[in-house]
Design a binder for this molecule. Structure first.
Ligand code: NAD
Length: 477
């Protein structure tokens, strides 16, 4: 398979030499992609801009709904092949890849429905004078996607952008161009999609992303990726004052109170920490445990982590897949070594070969200021920290610069409400971890980002509100 660019309804190759896409589970070459360039990006952005103004796309909600339903049908028809491709190019488990496809299809249908339900308001503020508050498409949306969930994270921005009436320029991560190209094929096959509405350029290092940020033809950037890149995007977008939707990194705390159902907490947090080998922004990264149950919790978590079978995503007996690449494995091995020095290693992760495999790690630490507590580690590694009362648990949960997600394990309803409201995070799960779906808004407090995706608010960054004032004179005058 060779992944190309898609601009103005045509597949393009560009001039740069082909690059390989690698299967992280065995190092084999899966296919090639044509790397993009700033020139191709400028071409795509200019087509998207011209289409926005020359077509009726922004004023045709029924057409937009139709396109989204056609797209969902094509994703559904392609789901088995795409699931295999996600496993091969990303390394995650087949069940995780299948879940990613189902989530993406559900979300495409959800925004297909919402495309026909975007409404403004009318107000007669003074007699005979009418204010129409009209919700209209923001213009050209650029969508920048990471590698860890390349289908869901693309659809999570693309579906609301299309529902809102934006035209789009997309850019996948370097690590997952083949998955992206297969999704683009589903879109290109939609009979109702006007050409030029969706355009896509493959990455080449960071050249294409940077060109998007600088482009004068783009109005909104919807970026999912690390907080470090988010900051560069914010700085790069300042000269053109683009609107930004930033879905960034996280360091999710899970607070386990003494009255928690420990069987449930251990089950949820094993999955919450190790799903996608911990390479998910909302991964349960910090286990904050009450001192009275620390020993019991630790021994159960160690047993649960140790029991997880790491192996190729395509093998049905695997319970955790590979990391994205060998560089990630080397980076995480260094972190594990430091965790043993700075804290107490409870279960030491080990590299498995061939491929980018790493078994789960658990360490105890009592230094809130440590980088190991403060920074996103993005792998199958979690820390245990101890608290003595509810106030301390909340203070510890809020002690990082991130605020993407958190979870609380307790049977006490009053505590549930108190603590979940006190936590500074966009999502708080109670007696569960990692529940993401189309209807429920996600997004970050603090350095986890700006704006929301999913749900009705997921449309907001792709819409402008226009006030049209009509002076109709005095009623009866
Ligand atoms: P990354 O920031 O390195 O890359 C993300 C995307 O940005 C890629 O497409 C990359 O090519 C592009 N990019 C890199 N430099 C750029 C630049 N200067 N200008 C424009 N684009 C640029 O992140 P990653 O390693 O691919 O993904 C993992 C990160 O994504 C983690 O931090 C994770 O928490 C975060 N993430 C967040 C969410 C969320 O919903 N908040 C979801 C998934 C992943």
């Amino acid at each position: 398979m060779i992944a190309r660019h898609y601009i103005d309804g045509a597949w393009l190759e560009g001039d740069a030499p082909l690059r390989d896409s690698i299967n992280p589970a065995d190092g084999s070459v899966l296919g090639q992609f044509h790397p993009g360039s700033a020139a191709l990006l400028d071409q795509a952005a200019s087509v998207a801009r011209a289409t926005f103004f020359a077509s009726n796309w922004a004023a045709a909600p029924r057409l937009r709904a139709q396109v989204l339903f056609e797209f969902a049908d094509r994703l559904w028809a392609a789901r088995e092949g795409l699931t295999d491709l996600i496993v091969a190019e990303n390394g995650k488990l087949r069940a995780e890849a299948a879940g990613e496809m189902m989530g993406a299809i559900s979300e495409t249908r959800y925004y297909g429905g919402l495309a026909r339900a975007i409404q403004g308001r009318m107000q007669e503020a003074t007699a005979g004078n009418f204010s129409l508050l009209h919700r209209e498409a923001a213009g050209v949306a650029a969508i920048i996607v990471p590698w860890n969930a390349p289908v869901t994270l693309l659809i999570r921005s693309l579906a609301p952008a299309l529902a809102a009436g934006c035209t789009c320029v997309l850019k996948p991560a370097d690590q997952t161009p083949l998955i992206h190209a297969r999704v683009m094929q589903c879109l290109a096959d939609c009979p109702s999609l006007p050409k030029g509405v969706v355009n896509s350029v493959n990455e080449n290092g960071a050249e294409v992303g940077q060109a998007m940020v600088a482009s004068g033809d783009i109005d909104v950037i919807s970026f999912t990726g690390s907080s470090a890149t988010g900051k560069k995007i914010m700085a790069g977008a300042a000269p053109t004052l683009k609107r930004l939707n930033l879905e960034l990194g996280g360091k999710a705390p899970a607070i386990i109170f003494p009255d928690a159902d420990l069987d449930l907490a251990v089950r949820e947090l094993t999955h919450g920490a190790l799903v996608m080998a911990g390479q998910i922004c909302v991964a349960a990264a910090r286990f904050l445990v009450h001192d009275t149950i620390r020993a019991e919790f630790e021994s159960r978590m160690i047993a649960a982590f140790r029991a997880v079978k790491t192996g190729p995503g395509a093998d049905p007996s695997s319970q955790m897949g590979s990391l994205i690449d060998m560089a990630a494995q080397q980076r995480l091995l260094g972190i594990i070594e430091r965790a043993g020095d700075e804290g107490e290693m409870l279960l030491q992760g080990e590299a498995q070969s061939p491929g980018a495999f790493l078994t789960p790690s658990l360490f105890r630490i009592d230094n809130l200021a440590s980088d190991l507590v403060q920074d996103e580690l993005f792998g199958p590694i979690a820390s245990v920290e101890m608290f003595h009362d509810e106030a301390e648990a909340v203070q510890m949960a809020n002690a990082t610069v991130y605020g993407l997600a958190a979870s609380v394990f307790t049977r006490d309803l009053n505590r549930t409400l108190r603590v979940s409201r006190a936590i500074r995070a966009g999502t708080v799960w109670v007696n569960s971890h990692t529940r993401l779906f189309a209807e429920g808004e996600t997004g970050g407090y603090g350095q986890s980002g700006l704006g929301r995706l999913h749900g009705i608010e997921g449309l907001n960054d792709f819409l402008e509100t226009k006030h049209i004032y009509i002076e109709a004179g005095q009623v009866g005058g």
